[in-house]
Ligand binder design. Structure first.
Ligand code: HEC
Length: 137
């Protein structure tokens, strides 16, 4: 090996890996630790969001209208349509908080409505779906 080749081998084997290890680049430290929480993925923030929505005043919102726009497609007018594997809302026994959680965060084929509806709209529609229950009518 010539001196030149030895120098290049040294460069490739030692210097370049060092540059990648220490130099700037997409380091792990750059991901902010709050990413999960800000997406509502940890248990604590799910509870916080559900509590916040449950404590919101929904008086100014017509839950039936929100339902017609956002929920009718799968759950149907009376709540028992079961399209796209939707659950029958006429026999659902979830509490207000549990309904808010499903609506805000979604479950299986049901999409999350957290970013599509405002807090009062989520609460109003969660209250409205309880009126679809068979035992209520
Ligand atoms: C894309 C179809 C779809 C839309 C739109 C949809 N849902 Fe659902 N919903 C589902 C599915 C599927 C399930 C069952 C999820 C599961 O199996 O865990 C479900 C479950 C639920 C449950 C839980 C019932 C129980 O007893 O566990 C509630 C409450 C509910 N939906 C309310 C709503 C409301 C309110 C809206 C409108 C804001 C809505 N859904 C819009 C598909 C939908």
């Amino acid at each position: 090996m010539s001196k030149h080749q030895i120098a290049i081998t040294f460069l490739v084997l030692f210097i370049l890996p060092l540059m990648f290890a220490c130099g700037p680049g997409p380091g792990k430290d750059k991901v902010p630790p709050a990413t999960q929480a800000s997406r509502g993925l940890n248990a604590e923030s799910v509870t916080e969001t559900v509590t916040r929505i449950a404590n919101t005043s929904a008086e100014s919102v017509n839950g039936r209208k929100v339902y017609s726009v956002s929920c009718l497609l799968c759950h149907g007018k009376n709540g028992d349509q079961k399209a796209n594997n939707a659950m029958d809302l006429t026999t659902s026994t979830l509490s207000l908080e549990e309904r808010i959680k499903v609506i805000a965060f979604g479950r299986k084929q049901m999409t999350s409505f957290q970013d599509k509806l405002r807090d009062p709209e989520i609460k109003a529609v969660a209250e409205y779906v309880a009126t679809l229950r068979k035992d209520v009518q």
